[in-house]
Structure formats: structure tokens, C-alpha cells
Write a protein that binds this ligand. Structure first.
Ligand code: ADP
Ligand code: MG
Length: 254
């Protein structure tokens, strides 16, 4: 079953074709990798799929529903979660509060409710807190729940972003370079986390420069270069593809 079907998606920035007509399918339950040299359009692709950016052309089906014209929060509501290449946390809030912000989107509570505090709201808040705690425990940050987000280690901040995304209950989770800035031990632990996320029934779409992680985790990998898909297949197949070698070596030799 296909959870994400992308057809001919294009996005320009002025004269630059950041995405030049990308077509791909992600199967429900897989760990898909998206790799490519810096500037190949990986983050732009995630931005277009998650609704941060609109495509200039093309269609995106999430579980059969066209989403390319929906706002980001609608897409999140449908079950599309993501983390960012540049960590985006509320640094002055606690670790638990950061995750509650994610869980909040699945709850009924809103600002009006917070002001009026109707009877159901306390139960709602308790439910959010429990859900947030469960997600924190899941990524192994339960003991840090009352720390300010700015004070925890960088690797933990990355895990906190994942916990927050999980709290919204995604069925597809886009991870944009989750291992960036992590040491080898943290990266190994992160690989275990991603496997546990998939075991929980969440499909994972992973952008990552750490080749050990991508090759070790992904069943299939899509390779972008200058906004175009230049290869797709098993880790072994894409590593052996001449177009991929050329894209990376061409870059290294430049
Ligand atoms: P990657 O994530 O693969 O490194 P990006 O998607 O971030 O690549 O960028 C693809 C290309 O689009 C790059 O040339 C980048 O400079 C450009 N780009 C990305 N975002 C913007 C933007 N908001 N405005 C202008 N150019 C952008
Ligand atoms: Mg990027």
C-alpha cells in the first residue's frame, strides 16, 4: 500500500529549479531514504510535502488524499509529521511542555478553552500531559521532562523534536538530518529509535548525510541531484549506480 504518492512536483526559487519534477512513491511501513549532495533539494522536498512550501506544479497524495493545496496544519492533522534540519524548539519551555505543544494538535483544547477553562479542559490537559510523557519515555528523555529545552544536550534536543512530532500521532514521519551534530554513540541510539518508531506503525522518510545510518536503516533510497531523481532502489543498488557516484564525486572534485 502506498502512503505517499508524489507526481511531477516542481518548485522554483527565482531562476533556480530547486525541484524539477519529482515523482516517487513511499510504501506504508517502510523506511525510505532520501539522499543527495548539499543543495540537491532534499529539504525543499520535505517542505513541499509537509506544506511549509507550495509546489509550483505536481500532485501529492497522502493515503490517497490530494494534499498539495492544504495548509501545513491540515496535513499534520491527516497524519503527516516532520522534524527540521535546523532544530525548532521552544527553548524557554520545559522538555515536557515542548512535547505537549505537539500533542496539543490532536486535542480539543485551544486558546479560548484555556481562558475559560471548562470542566473538560483539565481532563484534556491531563490526557495531553500523559501522551507527551509517553512520547518522552519512548525516546528515552523521560528523566529530563522538567529541564528547559535550551539546557539539554544537542543530541537530546534532536530526540525531543522527534518526541514532539510523535505526540501529534503521525502515520508518516519526515526526518530531515536527525543525526546532524550527533556523535557515533548518539547516532547508533538514534538508529534504534527509528526502528522502534517504524515498529510502532509509523512510516519513516529519512534525509540523512550519515551514510552508515541511511544504508543500515532504509529498504529503499531515492537519490536527488539538482532537484531531479537520479536513482532509486536498494542501498546496494544506489551505491553502485554510476549517476550517483558521479553526483557525489563531481561534487567532491569541484
Ligand atoms: P538540501 O536540503 O538538499 O541541501 P535545499 O532543499 O535546502 O537542499 O536547497 C535546494 C536549493 O534551493 C539550494 O540551491 C538552495 O540554496 C535553494 N533554496 C532552498 N530554500 C530556498 C529559499 N527559501 N529561497 C531561495 N532558495 C532556496
Ligand atoms: Mg537540507
Amino acid at each position: 500500500m502506498t502512503i505517499l504518492a508524489v507526481r511531477d512536483v516542481a518548485r522554483r526559487f527565482g531562476g533556480l529549479a530547486a525541484l524539477g519534477g519529482v515523482t516517487l512513491d513511499v510504501r506504508a511501513g517502510e523506511i525510505r531514504g532520501l539522499i543527495g549532495p548539499n543543495g540537491s533539494g532534499k529539504s525543499t522536498f520535505f517542505n513541499v510535502v509537509s506544506g511549509i512550501l507550495r509546489p509550483d506544479a505536481g500532485t501529492i497524495l497522502f493515503d490517497g488524499t490530494p494534499i498539495q493545496d492544504l495548509a501545513a496544519d491540515r496535513r499534520q492533522h491527516l497524519g503527516l509529521g516532520r522534524t527540521f534540519q535546523e532544530i525548532q524548539l521552544f527553548y524557554d519551555m520545559t522538555v515536557l511542555e515542548n512535547v505537549m505543544v505537539g500533542a496539543h494538535r490532536t486535542g480539543r483544547a485551544d486558546i479560548g478553552a484555556a481562558l475559560l477553562r471548562p470542566p473538560w479542559q483539565r481532563a484534556e490537559e491531563r490526557r495531553l500531559r500523559e501522551a507527551a510523557r509517553e512520547c518522552l519515555d519512548f525516546v528515552g528523555l523521560g528523566a529530563l521532562q522538567d529541564e528547559r529545552a535550551r539546557t539539554i544536550a544537542y543530541g537530546h534536543q534532536r530526540l525531543l523534536e522527534i518526541a514532539r512530532a510523535l505526540a501529534a500521532g503521525p502515520r508518516l514521519l519526515l526526518l530531515d538530518e536527525p543525526a546532524a551534530g550527533m556523535n557515533p554513540a548518539e547516532t547508533r541510539a538514534l538508529m534504534g529509535q527509528v526502528e522502534r518508531i517504524v515498529a510502532r506503525g509509523v512510516t519513516v522518510f529519512l534525509v540523512e548525510h550519515n551514510m552508515k545510518m541511511v544504508m543500515g536503516l532504509c529498504e529503499r533510497i531515492t537519490v536527488l541531484h539538482h532537484g531531479q531523481v537520479i536513482a532509486e532502489g536498494t542501498p546496494a543498488a544506489v551505491q553502485a549506480a554510476p549517476a550517483v557516484l558521479e553526483a557525489y564525486l563531481g561534487r567532491a572534485g569541484a
